[in-house]
Design a protein around this ligand. Structure first.
Ligand SMILES: C[S@@+](CC[C@H](N)C(=O)[O-])C[C@H]1O[C@@H](n2cnc3c(N)ncnc32)[C@H](O)[C@@H]1O
Length: 458
């Protein structure tokens, strides 16, 4: 993070704008909204800017900027002239005095930036790009404007009025957060939006009266194969409300970024034959945190019920009497095949598809080989990289043609996705040639040949 966002309280604080034209006026409007006392120094001033200066109880000094000005009298300074050299002079003078300074449209000469703002006072959302793209900030602001109801400011005010009472009644901060989250998800919000404050007050009083320490719960959430945009809405919502996130190796950093920032994040690993926390330990962790009343998000790559041991985890929760929810995710077979341009079924090539684990017990394949050698069937192998050579050899030995197309999709749906196509006879030799790394999904079947036409990703 190259910039540190803060929210400044500027009511009654003297702020200086250097420049008297339209750019200065736009900044003055914002400062005035924040209650600042606005002073302007410039040889000339536009009448609308002068009005703002006067109504904020500030002063207009009709003069060019000079180093004699006592910058220490101001909380912050904005250099808004149309002369870049003057703006730089203002910047340097402020830096020498350690006064916060912004030179309009000149990021290298800014100590602070003015973000794009969504004003639902007292709720204020600011969006900044460290001066790299004001247009992008504005575009995001437009999107957010549409999604944050105008009544949000009233809700923030309402919450502020109740904050002390809620704090006095619910001492534990985690519980207090759950209280507010539940409240914001209840009809109370609509009453506040519609100015029905009496009813909103009644509801919050009742909720406080009936408040009980919440029971813990576990959300078993499928995070999909890697691209964060493949998360379901429900997954995202639960990831953002959980107190604890227990995640494994297949959960991409980009997805982890979307979890609640202050949630405890616990890595439980699980690379092949390197289980940072063994399965029994993970099960115990889930039960333990839930018993503490926490909302636990067990975040797993792909879908929790497809080669994800999700079933075992919820059996344990069931036995311990812990409440749980299961959120399906896009499994690697769906995500990787889509991003590789390989439809798993196709009227002309495959009427069925089988998901198999290639994780070989004690190194020897235990798959129903005979059932796997039909022509019009697609095979999808999870965890098949290590045993690939043996698996291909077995399929050929059981009658599959050696030139049957095979695709390896490594790190599918992520920016590092790599797809290598070959045949049953030669695919194993391509693993080291193309430096294919885990996680890799293997697709075997005639549908693989469609990639030539349907490929739309790297
Ligand atoms: C333990 S299984 C978990 C599967 C997961 N529950 C799912 O539904 O996708 C791990 C295997 O899934 C496959 N896999 C998961 N994510 C993948 C990805 N982004 N690209 C390629 N293969 C992936 C690999 O075959 C990997 O060895």
């Amino acid at each position: 993070m190259d910039i540190f966002p803060i929210s400044l309280k500027l009511q009654q604080q003297p702020c200086l704008i250097v420049g008297g034209g339209h750019i200065a006026y736009r900044k003055a409007v914002l400062l005035a909204k924040a209650g600042a006392v606005i002073h302007v120094i410039a040889p000339e001033i536009e009448s609308n800017l002068l009005e703002i200066v006067e109504s904020s109880q500030g002063q207009y000094v009709q003069a060019p900027f000079s180093l004699d000005i006592q910058l220490r009298n101001y909380r912050l300074v904005i250099a808004a002239t149309n002369d870049k050299a003057v703006n730089i002079q203002v910047f340097e003078a402020c830096e020498a005095e350690k006064i916060l300074v912004n030179s309009v449209d000149d990021p290298p000469h800014c100590r602070f930036m003015v973000p794009a703002i969504i004003d639902r006072s007292p709720l204020v959302v600011s969006i900044a790009t460290n001066g790299t793209s004001p247009v992008l900030s504005r575009q995001i602001r437009t999107q957010l404007e549409a999604t944050i109801p105008h009544g949000m400011g009233k809700l923030a005010d309402f919450s502020g009025q109740w904050r002390a009472s809620v704090k006095a009644k619910i001492i534990n901060p985690d519980e207090r957060r759950i209280f507010w989250e539940d409240l914001y998800a209840s009809p109370l919000k609509e009453h506040v939006f519609n100015d029905n404050i009496a009813e909103a007050n009644r509801l919050i009083e009742q909720a406080l009266l009936e408040w009980k320490t919440p029971k813990g719960e576990v959300y078993l959430v499928g995070a999909g194969p890697g691209d964060p945009e493949l998360l379901t809405l429900k997954a995202l919502r639960l990831m953002q409300q959980a107190d604890v996130i227990i995640y494994d190796r297949l959960v991409s950093p980009a997805i982890l970024e979307l979890c609640r920032r202050d949630a405890d994040k616990i890595y439980v690993g699980k690379a092949r034959s390197n289980h940072s926390v063994p399965q029994e330990g993970i099960n115990a962790l889930l039960v333990e945190y839930a018993a503490q009343g926490k909302r636990v998000c067990r975040l797993k790559g792909g879908d929790p019920f497809i080669f994800g041991r999700g079933g075992e985890e919820i059996q344990e929760l069931f036995a311990a009497g812990v409440a749980f929810q299961v959120v399906p995710g896009i499994t690697a077979a769906s995500g990787c095949s889509a991003y590789a341009g390989i439809p798993l079924t196709h009227r002309d090539y495959a009427q069925s598809v089988r998901f198999l684990t290639g994780h070989l017990k004690e190194g020897s394949p235990e798959l129903p080989w005979k059932e796997l050698v039909y022509e019009n069937q697609t095979l999808v192998l999870y965890m098949g990289l290590v045993g690939l050579e043996k698996i291909c050899a077995q399929l050929i030995a059981h009658g599959q043609r050696p030139n049957m197309p095979v695709a390896l999709i490594s790190k599918g749906t992520t920016p590092e996705q790599k797809v290598v196509v070959g045949t049953l006879a030669d695919i194993a030799s391509k693993v080291s040639e193309y430096q294919i790394q885990a996680p890799t999904l293997t697709i075997i079947g005639e549908v693989v040949s469609l990639r030539e036409q349907l490929q739309w990703q790297g």
